[in-house]
Design a protein around this ligand. Structure first.
Ligand code: GDP
Ligand code: MN
Length: 446
C-alpha cells in the first residue's frame, strides 16, 4: 500500500464537481469519444453530502467505512475515540477536490484529530465554508476504482460505469483513456442482473479476486439508484482494501467516497430523504419559494419581478434589462394564479431587502386579471409593502382588474398598460428618479 500522503497527493480527488458524469455513452452521436456532457439533461436535483450518501449506501448494504458526524473539534475527538485510530477527518462540502484542497486528513491519534479538525472546520474550499466533518475509520487501500450509475436519457436507460482508474478525475480518464471505462446500459424492466456485474468487472479489468464483491456492490448501487430515485450515484474511489496477509483474509471492497444526486421531482415519494437537502447551502428566499411551490430563481438586481408563465417572465426580465434595470428574481406565478398564490409571491419577493421596486406583468389567459388584482390587494393588506409596485394587467378580465385596483387605492401602486412602459417606469422608480405621488394612477397608454 502506498503511504497515505503520497496517495492523496497523487489523487486529483473528488471527481467531477460541475462536470460530474451526467454523461452519455452507448447510443447517440457523442458516444464515439467516450463520455461527454449531454446537451440538455438538467433535472432539478438534490446533491447529498458525502456522509449522507454513505448513510444511504449503508441502508442498501453497500459496504462503507464506519463514521460519525462532528461539527466541533470536541465532537471530532469523541467520534475518533469511539471509532479508534487511525481515522480520517473529512470536510463535508458540496464540492470535489477536497483531498487536494487539504480537506481530508489522516489522524493517527487524538492530538492529530484535534489539529486536523481545527484546521478543516471553517476552512474555505473553493468558496464553500466547512461546517461539518465526517470522522471515519481509516481504510487500507490496495487499489482505487471508480463506479457510477447515471441516467442516460438518449438510451432511456440507466448507464453503469466501472473503471480501475479511480481516485482521479473521471472526466480526465474519459478524455485521455476512454477505453479504461467499462460501460453498460441496464434494461430498466429487467433490472440489474449478476451478469451485468461480471461483464463490467471483466471489461474494466478488475483484479480476479474482487470480481464477485465488485459485482455485488454494483448491484446494490443500482438498487440505491432505482429505489431512492437518484439521478447520479458515483463512488470515487471505490477501494479494494488490503487483505491481511497473515491469516490470508480475502480482500474486500468499500465505497470510500459517495456522490449522490436525488431527483427533486421525486422527493415527495421519499419523505425520509427530504430532510437531506443541504438547508445551510440553500438561499433562504429560494427555500421559501420552494416551500410555497413557486418557480423562483434569485438574481442580483433590485427590481422584483412577477409574471405568469415562464416565457412572459423571461421577456419581462429582458425588457427590464433593456430599460437599464436589474431584476432581483425570476418568479413565475403559473397559469391560473389565484389570489392566494399572488399574496404568497409578493411575500417571497419582498423578503429580499435589496428589492426597491416591483414589476407585476400579467397576461391574462387562463389567469384572470381580476383574480390577480384581488391577490395584490390582499397582499397589500397583509404585508404592507414599502416599495412601489408597477402593475401591467392585460388579457382576461383586465378592465375588471384595473377597476379593482383603482377602487382599492393602494399606496404606491402604478398601473401601466404596456410592458415597455411598465419596465421603464419600474426602472425609474427603483433608481429613485420618479417622484410619483402615492395612489393608484392609470398612466397614459403607449
Ligand atoms: P475528494 O478528494 O473530495 O474526492 O474526497 P475522497 O473521499 O475521494 O478522498 C480523496 C482521497 O483521499 C481518496 O482518493 C483516497 O486516496 C484518500 N483517502 C480518503 N480516505 C482514506 C483512508 O481512509 N485511507 C487512505 N489510505 N486514503 C484515504
Ligand atoms: Mn472522491
Amino acid at each position: 500500500m502506498m503511504p497515505w500522503k503520497e496517495h492523496v497527493a497523487r489523487s486529483p480527488g473528488r471527481d467531477c464537481d460541475q462536470a460530474r458524469p451526467r454523461l452519455r455513452a452507448g447510443g447517440g452521436r457523442d458516444s464515439d469519444r467516450g463520455m461527454r456532457p449531454p446537451r440538455c439533461n438538467k433535472v432539478p436535483g438534490v446533491d447529498l453530502l458525502e456522509y449522507q450518501g454513505k448513510q444511504l449506501f449503508a441502508r442498501h448494504g453497500v459496504p462503507v467505512p464506519d463514521g460519525r458526524l462532528a461539527v466541533s473539534v470536541e465532537e471530532a475527538m469523541a467520534a475518533a475515540d469511539d471509532l479508534g485510530y487511525p481515522c480520517v477527518i473529512k470536510a463535508q462540502v458540496q464540492i470535489g477536490g477536497r483531498g487536494k484542497a487539504g480537506g481530508i486528513k489522516l489522524a493517527k491519534d487524538r492530538d492529530e484529530v484535534r489539529e486536523h479538525a481545527a484546521a478543516i472546520l471553517g476552512m474555505n474550499i473553493r468558496g464553500l465554508t466547512v461546517h461539518e466533518l465526517w470522522v471515519e475509520e481509516a481504510s487500507e487501500i490496495d487499489a482505487e476504482y471508480y463506479a457510477s450509475v447515471v441516467f442516460d436519457r438518449s438510451a432511456k436507460a440507466p448507464l453503469m460505469m466501472l473503471s480501475t482508474k479511480g481516485g482521479m478525475d473521471i472526466e480526465e480518464v474519459a478524455a485521455e483513456d476512454p477505453d479504461a471505462i467499462a460501460k453498460l446500459h441496464v434494461d430498466p424492466l429487467l433490472g440489474f442482473q449478476d451478469f451485468h456485474g461480471r461483464r463490467l468487472a471483466f471489461e474494466a479489468g478488475v483484479d480476479q479476486d474482487v470480481v464477485r464483491p465488485i459485482g455485488e456492490m454494483l448491484g446494490k448501487l443500482y438498487e440505491v439508484f432505482v429505489s431512492e430515485e437518484a439521478t447520479l450515484v458515483e463512488v470515487n474511489p471505490l477501494i479494494v482494501t488490503s487483505g491481511s496477509s497473515d491469516d490470508g483474509a480475502a480482500r474486500a471492497v468499500r465505497a470510500l467516497d459517495a456522490k449522490v444526486t436525488l431527483d427533486e421531482n421525486a422527493m415527495f415519494r421519499h419523505s425520509d430523504n427530504a430532510q437531506l437537502r443541504d438547508i445551510s447551502g440553500e438561499d433562504p428566499q429560494e427555500r421559501m419559494a420552494k416551500e410555497r411551490g413557486l418557480t423562483f430563481v434569485k438574481l442580483d438586481g433590485d427590481i422584483g419581478i412577477l409574471g405568469n408563465g415562464a416565457g412572459l417572465v423571461m421577456s419581462t426580465l429582458d425588457v427590464v434589462a433593456e430599460a437599464g434595470g436589474s431584476p432581483a428574481n425570476f418568479l413565475d406565478a403559473g397559469g391560473g394564479s389565484k389570489a392566494e398564490a399572488i399574496t404568497s409571491a409578493v411575500e417571497v419577493i419582498l423578503s429580499n431587502p435589496k428589492v426597491k421596486a416591483v414589476l407585476f406583468n400579467i397576461f391574462g389567459g387562463i389567469t384572470r386579471c381580476d383574480e390577480v388584482a384581488r391577490g395584490l390587494i390582499e397582499a397589500f393588506h397583509q404585508v404592507n409593502p414599502q416599495v412601489p409596485f408597477v402593475v401591467r394587467l392585460d388579457g382576461t378580465n383586465d378592465e375588471e382588474g384595473r377597476r379593482l385596483l383603482a377602487d382599492a387605492s393602494l399606496p404606491n401602486v402604478i398601473v401601466e398598460s404596456t410592458m415597455d412602459g411598465a419596465a421603464r417606469r419600474v426602472v425609474e422608480l427603483a433608481a429613485g428618479r420618479s417622484a410619483e405621488p402615492a395612489g393608484v394612477m392609470e398612466a397614459p397608454s403607449g
